[in-house]
Design a protein around this ligand. Sequence first.
Ligand SMILES: Nc1ncnc2c1ncn2[C@@H]1O[C@H](COP(=O)(O)OP(=O)(O)OP(=O)(O)O)[C@@H](O)[C@H]1O
Length: 570
Amino acid sequence: MRLLKPYFKGYKLDLTIAVLTVTIMAISMLLQPTLLTNIVQAISDDNMDKVNQIGLKLLVIAGIGLIAGIINTIFAARASQGIASDVREAAYRKIQTFSFGNIEQYSVGNLVVRLTNDITQIQSILMMGLQPLLRMPILFVGGFILAVHSIPALWWIIVVMVILVGAVSAVVMGNMGKRFGMIQGLIDRVNAKAKENLQGVRVVKSFNQEDNEQKRFNEVSDELNGVNLQIGYLFSIIVPAFMFIGQGLMVVAIYFVGNMVGSEPKMLAQITGFTNYLMIIMQSIIIGGMMMTFAARGFVSMGRIQEIMNTEPDLQYKDVPEQDLSGAVEFDDVSFTYPGDDKPTLKHISFAVQPGEMIGIVGATGSGKSTMAQLIPRLFDPTEGTVKVGGVDLKDTNESSLRKTVSFVLQRATLFSGKISDNLRQGKADAEEADMKRAAQIAQAAEFVERYEDTYEHVVEERSSNFSGGQKQRLSIARGVIGDPKILILDDSTSALDAKSEKLVKEALDHDLQDTTTFIIAEKISSVINADRILVLEDGELVAEGAHKDLVETSPIYQEIYKTQKAQEA
Ligand SMILES: Nc1ncnc2c1ncn2[C@@H]1O[C@H](COP(=O)(O)OP(=O)(O)OP(=O)(O)O)[C@@H](O)[C@H]1O
């Protein structure tokens, strides 16, 4: 509830009306058995005027209850949906502050389930809270008092019923609550499995993996089904058990009233009210109990959202004035270990780059090239040592200064659904068509974009499925260069380009972004042969650095990579 409290403020009126109307509903329900008793009494007294009078009262009260119910549903829905939506937006806002590491710690699928399914659970619990959950205590206490009031001698029947129903509810619902907790975890897994499979559908189909994937999906889905079934079985026990208790005790009550009627004829009418109140009490315990169990699921969800809210982004920016950082980059004895890993991925790396230099980064697969590059736009902080941009330690700059300075084109091009222009404007919010044209020309994307009738307004479908791998890479490079960054990092970003296009991109970068410090991460030495300097990584260590012509003479590791690649090309 601590999670929701701040959001109640905006819905004070809706909440007040919902609470008020639910109270009216409960009072209307509580009045009806007493009026029924009076009607039965009036019938047995043969007083038709009174019967009509009470009948009318009964109708009016039932009508008020009905109208209150309708108003309650409207306002409860407004409040619960509004609050749930605000919580979802707040959680999403919080996730936006997360670092790469934070997101990996949760996993993307898990966060999506939290923002969708868990929020729906929270909305349900709010709706329940403003309807049955709030009504039940009023009905329980009111029913108890009125039942005892109608036949005081039978107070013990009510107490026995409360104990029996309460005990059964506690046992069954306690078991259900545990299972509701398990369900959320299993939904995470079903979601993650489906997402992985659908995103990798090309691999699944080309490797004929449909059956295997189906089997793996079925395993999780069946597990979820198993827990759902267990909950169903528990439900199936509840209804007959309560019916048995309720009806059994009603028979007992009628038996005792039958014995009393001889001395007190009024009892005959009182039994109508008494049994009705007994039913109201029983219903309030059953429905209240069930709602509490559902609420348990809602509380699990609240806990999961609260966890997001409590997560401190493991990477915080300083609140310092905007800085105009230069394109200089410096690594000073930097080591880095991924969260959860026990071995460092980068070890004691030091180098300095002057503004405008073109730096190649090479090394075997898994040697740490991308990891090292990720430290420049501060996607992670080094575990040891410092990374400086423009002479400022990244821990002493603010996010917008850094984003303006460094542009990172990722190994796997990711575009967002919308238009090409929307994607390019991620690199420069106020980009005009001329800016887009220039960026697209550098990235060798203009040629294919301008073939579309709607050019830069052309649609990008979900997961950019209407573009080829090479086209995605070109657009992603265009997005990277459009803002004229002082530092541009291309992480194997031309791997899907043919040799000619790759050469043209490099030439355009050389020509148009002369003052930009460029880092080019490449598998092939031929891609960085003209760089001012090449950094050679091996197993997380910087083992050599220099121009190509020097490295081929001085660095045995570089020589070996170069020789192997030349042999492969030959
Ligand atoms: N997010 C991550 N969490 C944990 N370990 C990671 C993560 N990303 C990379 N690694 C590990 O860090 C090491 C270096 O990976 P990195 O991607 O930096 O290498 P790379 O030289 O860029 O490789 P490639 O040329 O194949 O892209 C690898 O052993 C990899 O398994």
